[in-house]
Write a protein that binds this ligand. Sequence first.
Ligand code: FES
Length: 83
Amino acid sequence: MSAEASARPVSITACPDGPLLVRGDLALFDDDGEPVQPNRRTFALCRCGASAIRPFCDGSHKLVGFRTSPPARTPAVTFDEAP
Ligand code: FES
């Protein structure tokens, strides 16, 4: 089985009052274009700006009282393979 065939589809779930939960096989890059290794197949991206380990969430959104407005909606957005 090729690497492409075994790739998991990517989904991003906006957690209410919290991070973006990312699942699937994808490449992540910092603002210099350097690859960032999440070291997990599922990880949370900070969207409150308070994390000490950006771009990842460290739970600080709870300490700063981050609120999503309007509330995040479910279900997750899933990206299908390009045609
Ligand atoms: S969303 Fe969790 S620390 Fe920012």
